[in-house]
Design a binder for this molecule. Sequence first.
Ligand code: ATP
Length: 288
Amino acid sequence: MDYILTTDLLVKRYGKHEALKDVSIKVPKGSIFGLIGKNGAGKTTLMRIISGLQEQNKGTVDIKCPVIGALIDTPAYYRTLNAYDNLKIQFMNLGLTSYDDIPKIIEMVGLDIAGKKHVMSYSFGMRQRLGLAIALCGFPDLVILDEPVNGLDPQGIVSIRELILKISKERGTTFIISSHLLDELARIATDYAFIDNGVIIKQIRSEEMHSGSGRTVRAHVTDTSALCKTLDDNNLEYEITGDDELTITGDITLSELNMLTSEAGCELIEFNYVDTSLEGYFINLLEG
Ligand code: ATP
């Protein structure tokens, strides 16, 4: 696997508080990498360090591309200028001498409707779009977006989703995105890192997370090995997930499971469906 970014054992302290604890992530090139965690988990801190806006106390960040674009916190813009002139300043900051791409970027993020309006008269959503446009200047290979759809209306959310997918597909751009809208993130992310209290608790590819997905059933039984044999005989996929617990993949009903356990000659003690949505996965992870 080719990685565009790796962090190794990053530590960030604010006074005595350790906001990042030995954070190591590997971001595959071309991925849409979802960073998920509760409020205060350390997502913004990690993104700021990756973007060079903040310095870590320990650890390293290795980025394999020359420029990165970032939308973190409130986007930086000039209130008394329009979108074009704001982007022109960003182009100049990046040392770009041709401004030909500016109208294209403005159109991509849907700000062409704003025309010559100054940014101070923009709505919140329009400012978010401008922030995204600034992050896209120069079409960097790696773009970091902290809560990019925060505060957007439903149509805005869809258009930003489509934009990210389009850029990812057409240019192979890698995105690192944090969002509390997990259903939304699940529509585009190829990879996830889950962070809790400054610790990466899991990094996983989306396909791995959803592998064999469908409904998943967790069953506590009196004799796991007997049930394993019956499940094998019935060509059902399962995993032993505890002393007397099996997690079975597939849309199995309670009565079917009762039949399987009686065929195995054991008893079903407890049965529940495991939520395979991103939100469910996250909650299950947090609950250990
Ligand atoms: P949210 O989802 O609410 O944006 P987050 O995951 O982005 O949260 P961070 O903003 O990275 O979390 O904060 C991680 C921890 O570090 C929190 O406990 C926060 O209070 C603390 N923190 C962040 N910035 C500072 C700062 N400048 N000074 C002191 N503490 C800070």
